[in-house]
Design a protein around this ligand. Structure first.
Ligand SMILES: [Zn+2]
Length: 499
């Protein structure tokens, strides 16, 4: 059947290359400071990262250790002995005329990043992960282009996937998952706005059912997840239209024009031979020092997807709760510490975190780290424990949590001072129920006339009379008992009796 979508009948095949700045103190091959986004341009440079003649590089051991940690977390084979090579090309952001990279012998190969959850999880294979140095940064103005070499020589890993992704959304999910992992491991800030995570997408189209891949197009330097998704959606349609018109796809590199929402051809794609790779003569082969791999392995914690599975399977959390609680390590660790203080109630704790706590953090624009400094995990557990034990009502608890976040006070202290404990006294509860029903005679009459919706209003009136100190479930039962059987049931009984 004909449709309006030109991409119908074609399969999109996507592979991603990401450049990740490693969170080192200094640059890849010199002692210049790294990680100083916002520093005065060209203030963090030396002869080595400016590519001046005679300067010699020396490999940053911390960068190697971080790359190995990431490679191990991705399940890669980490190679003990590799080497650096020169990638030769001319561009003003590359003062040496070559970039020190790895080509024939990358540090890590054959890993995978799992996407999604549980039964829908699938692996995106990682072909290679190698170390290299960043280039300088060009800024194009109206009359001139300026260059900042502070970025020149920053340590990067390039991570290349196999062509395993099939949709723009899946590509976006890959980047989100990778960024989560980078932060989880502490190997990179992953901040795309600072250029710490940059994406090149490779994509091609083939008729559905065809085995052979179509001609690959690369879209370079995507700096937001939205740009990754949108550029792929655009390419999918552009390539489908060309193919449908019997034209061929040009093997080329394209750029993404964010403001116009389209890609534009930049240059025909270089082949590896164009770069004339050869072993870097100024550096010895990269041989991992003894103990580096085991030290790196010791720093690979339980990974986000592993922890998410454990939360679901062992603790019985819902999939969305497990996902939200593992969105970063601080949050996941906070939950586990709270759980240590209230081991019998994982689901209640999870519900309190993804519900009231996250809502308060969102509205205050507060990060989990800041919240944890004010409300310790065991203080949250204490609050949830009081609600679970019905010592305070849930709505009282929510109000308390907001106050704990602003004052740092603990729940029992506020409850004791303000007498917020839930009232257990049957006489008092009966008095509140009877008082509320008497004061709302019209609502009671409405209820008897069949408007059962007013029951919630009456329960609310009792709760209000109690100052929030009555147990809602108990009030509901008492209101229902006082009102008698629901009108529908009574009508049915009446009509049966009249027959
Ligand atoms: Zn330098």
């Amino acid at each position: 059947m004909a449709t309006d979508n030109p991409a119908d009948g074609y399969e999109l095949v996507i592979g991603l290359e990401t450049h990740v700045q490693l969170a080192t103190a200094s640059k890849m091959f010199c002692a210049c400071a790294a990680g100083a986004a916002g520093a005065e341009p060209n203030s963090l440079c030396c002869p080595t990262c400016l590519g001046l003649p005679g300067a010699l590089p020396a490999t940053n051991a911390q960068a190697v250790a971080l790359a190995v940690r990431l490679g191990l977390a991705l399940g890669c084979e980490v190679h003990e002995a590799t080497r650096f090579e020169r990638k030769n090309y001319f561009y003003p952001d590359l003062p040496k005329g070559y970039q020190i990279s790895q080509y024939r012998r990358p540090l890590c190969t054959d890993g995978a990043l799992p996407l999604g959850t549980g039964g829908e999880r699938r692996l995106v294979r990682i072909e290679r992960l190698h170390l290299e140095e960043d280039t300088g940064k060009l800024e194009h103005g109206a009359h001139a282009s300026l260059i900042d070499y502070n970025r020149s020589g920053l340590p990067l890993v390039e991570i290349v996937t196999r062509p395993d992704l099939r949709t723009p959304d899946e590509a976006a999910l890959y980047i989100e998952t990778l960024r989560q992992l980078l932060r989880w491991l502490g190997v990179s800030s992953g901040r795309m706005a600072d250029g710490a995570l940059r994406v090149d997408v490779n994509c091609s189209l083939r008729p559905a059912g065809q085995e052979a891949l179509g001609t690959k197009v690369e879209v370079k330097n995507l700096n937001t997840i939205t740009a990754v998704r949108d550029s792929l959606v655009y390419e999918q349609v552009r390539q489908a239209r060309l193919l449908a018109a019997g034209q061929t796809i040009k093997h080329e590199t394209r750029g993404w024009l964010e403001d116009q929402g389209r890609t534009v051809g930049q240059r025909s794609k270089e082949q590896a031979a164009d770069y004339r790779y050869f072993p870097e003569p100024d550096l010895p082969p990269l041989v991992l020092p003894e103990g580096l791999r085991s030290a790196a392995a010791a720093l690979v914690p339980e990974l986000p997807w592993q922890r998410r599975d454990r939360f679901e399977i062992q603790l019985g959390l819902r999939a969305d709760e497990a996902r939200l609680l593992t969105r970063n390590r601080t949050t996941a660790d906070y939950f586990e510490l709270a759980l240590q203080a209230l081991p019998e109630a994982p689901r209640a704790l999870a519900a309190w975190m993804v519900g009231p706590l996250f809502a308060l953090l969102n509205s205050a624009g507060m990060e989990m780290e800041a919240a944890a400094a004010v409300v310790a995990p065991d203080a949250l557990a204490e609050l949830v424990g009081m609600v679970e034990a019905r010592r305070i009502g849930a709505s009282t608890g929510k109000g308390l949590l907001a106050r704990m976040l602003s004052s740092g006070e603990r729940a029992p202290a506020i409850v004791a001072r303000e007498g917020l404990e839930q009232v257990d006294d049957q006489t008092l509860l009966t008095a509140w129920v009877e008082g509320a029903l008497a004061a709302n005679a019209k609502a009671v009459a409405d209820w008897r006339a069949g408007k059962t919706g007013v029951q919630g209003f009456l329960i609310g009136a009792v709760m209000k009379a109690s100052g929030g100190k009555a147990d809602t479930a108990r009030v509901r039962a008492m209101v229902e008992a006082a009102l008698g059987a629901p009108p529908d049931a009574r009508h049915a009984a009446d009509s049966e009796a009249s027959e």
